[in-house]
Each structure stands twice: as structure tokens, then as C-alpha cells.
Design a protein around this ligand. Structure first.
Ligand code: UDP
Length: 402
């Protein structure tokens, strides 16, 4: 087996690995730091786990630091998260203080020395106060801040504008800012446990262990129990489909360590489900990568019925497994689902039910769309493309610094 990078020759589009190696020579020895607020759970952590070793192998000295915070800090940043994505939130002066205090403490604790630092999302944004001289700092925003609650954005913006650049996940997430903004789509790692090939036996064993029979078509949504993911809407869509098609619904989720609201949403979902034995709510630990992989491969159709979404990595994961995805017409789901080609975008539980029924009725269409889904993911959403984008960014900023 060759180097880590060489293993991607099998899965990435032809020529990709060679190009990365050549780009790598131009940024060799540069120190890159990533800071976010959780080591496990959620898409950001997922990508960083693989991005760091890949950057290392290419020649970048990459480090990843995770903020630590108290309960009031996480409560505040959850409210920030909701408010920036347009939900009405009430934030008190104490909450803003908790946010700044936590950032100050982390600035003392974390080694911030690097040529280029990428600071992920609002939680550590105020670390910019401690930027070392000469370093280039990038604010990497993974969420939809196109229609933020104004007070929260007014608080955060003065920090953001001091960065050297901002990176957003979708064009529509960009904000009016006096600093350069770049567009980088997130990605999935095709070789990780979450996405690698599994044998039929592996899939069967895992489903048995999770208690999910394979006797009927499986509809699946994998996501944190978060209102923006609309798990209750998924249950409603399933109910409508169930009147004409016998199927199972699997809702797989856990709670990220930075999401105290999860338990409440889970309770709402459980209430909506009642005692239906064909609905499986799986509370998986954040390390359940193979389990999610197996569920996505065993699914007939994957849903991601979000009403607000950053990028929606679960969509790319499902496309890569050759599954058409029926997703909410929002955020990154819109660029991942090409309606009628890789899935369908929907605006309501009724819309989701309509397309689920259509695909269940037409297995040939389902198979063709699955193949298209996989090729689309290969070209647009694999981590090799992501590394390429970041190398370009490092190169650009490091040249500026010089
Ligand atoms: N995920 C997971 N366990 C769960 C729920 C989600 O490992 O219980 C993973 C999922 O497979 C995906 C990521 O977490 O890789 C979620 O990323 P996405 O962009 O879909 O949503 P986010 O949680 O970042 O809003």
C-alpha cells in the first residue's frame, strides 16, 4: 500500500493526486493551524480528521486545536448559531461576556503560532484578538449567515472583518464584508470508515446489530436532532408514504457535544413516532462511522429534509454510496441534488412523500439516478478537491505575506 495520498488514485478523478503533489511542492513547510469547537460530531470535525494528515503528507505542517468551553459558552454559541441562521434568539449581556471570556481563555491556552490559521465558525472567531504578528488568518464559515439576526451579526462582524479572508461554503452564504471572500465546498473522505466500500456481509451484520431488518425498503435520514434538520417532517413524509408502500424509516442521529438542544428535539421526534415498530430511532455515538456507512448503503432512498442547512455533508455521503437523495430545497442541498438526476429537492413533507413514492414505484429510475449520484459526488465533493482548494488558499495568502 502506498502513501495515504496514493490511495486516492483509486477513487478520485484521474490526475487529481499528481496535481496535489505538484501543488504541495509550492507550499512545503508552511504551518497551518485549524481551530474549531468540537473534536467529534458534526461535519467540520469529520473533515478535519482527514484533512490534517493529508495536508501533512503533502508537506504542510498542519495542526488542529479544539476550543474548550463551559456550559454557558456552548449555550451562547448555540444561540449564535441559530440567530446567524435567521432564528429569533434572545441574547443577554452575560451571554456575550461568556463568549468573549471563553475566547480569551482559549487564546491563552492554545498555541496560535502558524503561517496561516483557519478559524472555523463563530465559536472561536474572537480569537482574532490574539493573532500573532505576521500570521494570515482565515475565518472559515460553514453555516448560512445570509439572513442573520442583526444584533448577533453586529456583535460578530467587527471580529470577522479583522481576518485576512473569509471562506464560505456556498455563494449565497457570503456577506457584505471588506475582506476577500472565497468559496470552498466542503467534502467527504471516500476512504474513511464513514464512506469506504463495505461488503454485503458487513452491511448485514451491522444492520442486524442495530436491530434494523432488511425486509422492506429503508428510508433513512442521518442527522443531529436539530430543528433545522426537520426530523418531524421526515416522520410526516414517511406516514404519507406508508399508506401505499410498506417501508421502514430509520432516523439515525446523536448529539454533538456543542448542541444542548438535541434532547428536546429528540423528545418531539419520539412523540411524533409513537409506537410504530417500522420506525427506528438510532442514537449513535459520535464514533459510529461504519454504522452510518452501512445504513446509507442499506437504504433505498436517503432523505435530508432540512429547512436550513449549511452544506449538508450527509447528502454527499449518500450520493457517493449511489443513493438518490430527497432533500429540503435549502443551502448546500441545492447544489448537491440536481433534481431528476441525483435526487429531488422538496419544500414540504408532502413533496418528500411524492418523490419517495415515485422512486419506490420506479426501480429503474432509482438505479440510474444512484449511478449519476455517485459520479457527481466523485467529481465535486471528495476530500481531494477540498485539499486542492486549501492549498490554493495557503499559496495565495503566504505569497501575500511574503
Ligand atoms: N453524523 C454522525 N452521527 C450522527 C449524525 C451525523 O456521525 O448521529 C455525521 C454525518 O454522517 C455527517 C456529519 O455528521 O458526516 C453531519 O454533517 P452535516 O453537514 O450533514 O450536518 P451538521 O451536523 O454539520 O449540521
Amino acid at each position: 500500500m502506498g502513501s495515504l495520498l496514493d490511495q486516492y488514485r483509486e477513487v478520485a478523478p484521474p490526475g487529481t493526486v499528481e496535481f496535489l503533489k505538484r501543488l504541495g511542492r509550492l507550499v512545503e513547510g508552511k504551518r497551518m493551524l485549524h481551530v474549531n469547537s468540537t473534536r467529534y460530531g458534526g461535519g467540520v470535525a469529520e473533515i478535519l480528521h482527514r484533512l490534517i494528515p493529508l495536508l501533512e503528507e503533502i508537506g504542510v505542517h498542519a495542526r488542529w486545536e479544539v476550543m474548550t468551553g463551559s456550559e454557558p459558552f456552548y449555550r451562547t454559541t448555540k444561540s449564535f448559531h441559530n440567530a446567524l441562521q435567521g432564528m429569533k434568539q434572545h441574547l443577554t449581556a452575560d451571554m456575550y461576556d461568556a463568549y468573549l471570556e471563553c475566547n480569551r481563555e482559549n487564546a491563552k491556552r492554545i498555541n496560535l503560532e502558524a503561517d496561516v490559521a483557519m478559524i472555523h465558525d463563530p465559536q472561536p472567531a474572537a480569537l482574532i484578538d490574539a493573532r500573532p504578528r505576521g500570521a494570515k488568518w482565515i475565518w472559515r464559515c460553514h453555516i448560512d449567515i445570509s439572513t442573520p439576526q442583526r444584533t448577533v451579526w453586529q456583535f460578530l462582524r467587527p471580529y470577522v472583518v479583522r481576518y485576512d479572508a473569509a471562506v464560505v461554503s456556498l455563494p449565497k452564504f457570503s456577506q457584505r464584508l471588506p475582506i476577500p471572500q472565497f468559496l470552498v465546498y466542503p467534502s467527504i473522505d471516500p476512504l474513511s470508515d464513514k464512506n469506504r466500500e463495505l461488503t454485503r456481509e458487513e452491511i448485514h451484520q451491522i444492520l442486524d446489530r442495530l436491530g434494523v431488518p432488511r425486509d422492506k425498503p429503508i428510508l433513512l435520514q442521518v442527522s443531529r436532532f436539530d430543528r433545522f434538520k426537520d426530523p418531524v417532517g421526515v416522520v410526516q413524509a414517511y406516514r404519507m408514504v406508508k399508506k401505499s408502500h410498506d417501508c421502514r424509516l430509520v432516523l439515525a442521529g446523536g448529539t454533538a457535544t456543542d448542541d444542548p438542544e438535541g434532547a428536546q428535539v429528540l423528545a418531539e421526534v419520539q412523540e411524533a413516532v409513537g409506537t410504530d415498530p417500522d420506525v427506528h430511532i438510532l442514537l449513535l455515538p459520535p464514533t459510529a462511522h461504519i454504522e452510518i456507512n452501512a445504513l446509507q448503503r442499506a437504504a433505498t432512498i436517503v432523505l435530508q429534509k432540512s429547512i436550513r442547512e449549511g452544506f449538508g455533508l450527509t447528502v454527499a455521503e449518500a450520493l457517493w454510496k449511489g443513493k438518490p437523495v430527497i432533500g429540503g430545497a435549502t443551502g448546500g442541498i441545492m447544489i448537491q441534488i440536481i433534481p431528476g438526476q441525483t435526487g429531488y429537492t422538496v419544500y414540504s413533507p408532502e413533496g418528500a412523500a411524492f418523490y419517495i413514492r415515485r422512486l419506490l414505484n420506479e426501480p429503474d429510475r432509482l438505479a440510474v439516478m444512484g449511478r449519476q449520484a455517485k459520479e457527481y459526488a466523485r467529481h465535486r465533493f471528495l476530500i481531494t478537491r477540498h485539499v486542492q482548494d486549501y492549498l490554493g488558499l495557503i499559496l495565495h495568502l503566504a505569497r501575500q505575506a511574503a
